[in-house]
Design a protein around this ligand. Structure first.
Ligand SMILES: Nc1ncnc2c1ncn2[C@@H]1O[C@H](COP(=O)(O)OP(=O)(O)OP(=O)(O)O)[C@@H](O)[C@H]1O
Length: 298
């Protein structure tokens, strides 16, 4: 279990993550999302004990992670710029990590290397970008960490490998009761993978709850009206991501279908269709009202 208690991390005077609280249970896959610069990597590095918190603390299985070497040998942070020893092969890197991670599994190393179709005797600097990412994943999983932290793990992987990785991570969290935290901009990938979601906006949690709670909070609707209804008229009703479509309007809204019907009926509602909201839509709600200054670029 990973617990964040009033966690704040600064770089000099700049606060990169502020007063974060939350618990991530064993066996949970936790998706961490946020716009560029929101603080995701900073949070992962603080959970890994690489950074010291400026206020609050990170507990892993009830103990403070910072400067706790025993605890850290059960935490693996796979970053997007993972370091490999110069000229090393995957097999040699495995030997290197085996010495640090007491729960290291040779069986997992061999099986996942084979699943990713990597040659463990080949030099890693001859691997493609996607193969580098896979090599990092092989080492991270073979280490059998109780807390696995993945920063952009799906980047550079082809569709088949992304699907394979998602299956492996689910299996790992379930079999080992591990905490798996995945920071990613790939929201479609996360939607089918994670149980719990943390969205960081402006360095604080904008949302931190289960995927079911996210799905329950809003639905997407498509609605059609008589000819006189305009975007402006609907805009007064506090609907989010409101957009004009060919044959009506789409929007996100809280509340059940009956309540939405009641709100829209006075405008001459003719058709109301309810659909599940996607993680992308939920995420983009954060930018509601913020227009990009997209004129006179060239
Ligand atoms: N070593 C550092 N020194 C100073 N500021 C930093 C440092 N690392 C990150 N920051 C700042 O902290 C904030 C959070 O950065 P962080 O890398 O955690 O964001 P992120 O959510 O991972 O972003 P991205 O999605 O772009 O990878 C940013 O404003 C960044 O400029």
């Amino acid at each position: 279990m990973v617990t964040l208690e009033h966690l704040t991390k600064k770089y000099a005077d700049f606060t990169a993550v502020k007063n974060l609280d939350g618990t991530i249970e064993d066996g949970c896959i936790y998706g961490l999302v946020g716009f560029n610069g929101a603080g995701k990597t900073t949070l992962l590095k603080t959970i890994a004990g690489v950074y010291r918190a400026d206020a609050g603390r990170v507990l892993v299985n009830g103990e403070n992670i910072y400067e706790n070497e025993r605890l850290k040998s059960g935490v693996f942070l796979l970053s997007d710029d993972m370091y490999f020893l110069p000229q090393s092969t995957l097999k040699e890197m495995a030997k290197f990590y085996r010495g640090y991670y007491p729960a290291w599994s040779e069986k997992t190393f061999e099986k996942i290397t084979a699943l990713f179709e990597l040659d463990p005797a080949a030099r890693i600097n001859g691997y493609s970008k996607g193969m580098h990412r896979q090599a990092g994943m092989v080492l991270a999983l073979a280490a059998h960490p109780h807390t696995l932290l993945l920063d952009e793990a799906f980047d550079g992987l082809d569709l088949a490998k992304r699907r394979l990785l998602a299956r492996i991570l689910k299996e790992y969290a379930r079999e080992k009761g591990a905490v798996v935290i995945v920071a990613s901009h790939n929201l479609r990938e996360l939607e089918n993978l994670v149980d719990h979601l943390g969205i960081i906006k402006d360095h604080v949690f904008y949302f931190n709850d289960s995927i079911e709670a996210m799905k329950r909070s809003r639905s997407k609707y498509r609605a059609q009206f008589g000819p006189d209804v305009t975007l402006e008229a609907l805009g007064a009703l506090h609907l989010s991501l409101l957009a004009k479509e060919d044959d009506g309007f789409s929007f996100l809204c809280e509340g059940n279908e009956a309540a939405v019907h009641k709100t829209l009926d006075p405008l001459g509602l003719t058709v109301l269709e309810r659909m599940p909201m996607t993680l992308e839509e939920f995420f983009m709600e954060q930018r509601e009202g913020q227009e990009d200054a997209f004129t006179d670029l060239f």
